[in-house]
Design a protein around this ligand. Structure first.
Ligand SMILES: Cc1cc2nc3c(=O)[nH]c(=O)nc-3n(C[C@H](O)[C@H](O)[C@H](O)COP(=O)(O)O)c2cc1C
Length: 202
């Protein structure tokens, strides 16, 4: 079979499906975000892209802060719900039973049931099309103690995180190996070669 050429579209897959909290301590809203990513490691800097018509957009514009709460796969339906209804009139935390807890460094509350929350302060925003991109410094991180092993290593592999791909949800599931695995295999004379992979697919 050959390949088909399509016009440009945002078929970058998968992307994380995270629950972003925004607003303030008295009123924190939750929005599901798929258009997000890392901008820089040092300083730690991320982005989320939000449509101007979202209620959350006005909240982030107002106080320039948000929290990215990672989503475990078993919370897929809750994540879908907060990404389907607006918080203008509905208290999404109340509806879903999610527990909002004060963040350490920012006004919006964090989601207690999330294994890892990144507290973000907006440094710049850009209107780049349908969405406005909020670039933010990560000024604090809250992690579930159960995910830190005896050597102090973060074990995110213990949670099956939720990912989104072309209109559907998946889980990160199975660990395939650590970063640098190719070099370790090369030393043993076992560097991966595409011909072997293709044979395995047949
Ligand atoms: C999986 C998923 C990913 C989404 N990603 C985005 C996104 O990146 N940016 C955005 O503006 N809306 C995104 N949405 C839509 C918003 O989450 C949705 O419109 C939400 O109800 C807005 O809530 P609000 O009006 O309370 O802010 C996504 C929804 C889902 C289900």
């Amino acid at each position: 079979m050959g390949k088909v050429k399509w016009k440009g579209s945002v078929l970058l897959s998968p992307v994380p499906s995270v629950m972003v909290t925004c607003g303030n301590r008295e009123k924190t809203n939750i929005i599901t975000i798929g258009w997000c990513g890392v901008v820089s490691s040092k300083p730690p800097r991320v982005y989320i892209s939000v449509r101007p018509e979202r209620y959350s957009h006005s909240l982030i514009k107002e106080n320039g802060e948000f929290v990215i709460n990672l989503t475990p796969s078993d919370m897929v339906e809750i994540c879908d719900y907060v990404g389907t209804v607006t918080g203008r009139k509905i208290d999404k935390a109340k509806k879903t039973g999610l527990t909002l807890v004060p963040s350490e460094n920012v006004e919006p509350m964090s989601i207690d049931e999330s294994p890892l929350s990144l507290e973000c302060k907006v440094i710049e925003s850009k209107e780049l099309g349908s969405h406005e991109m909020f670039i933010a410094d990560v000024i604090g991180v809250t992690v579930d103690e159960s995910l830190i092993d005896e050597n102090g290593k973060l074990r995110l592999d213990k949670v099956n995180l939720l990912v989104y791909s072309h209109g559907e949800y998946f889980t990160t599931g199975k660990k395939l190996g650590p970063i640098g695995m190719s070099m370790a295999n090369k030393k043993r004379g076992k560097l991966a070669h595409i011909s072997k992979i293709k044979r395995g697919r047949k």
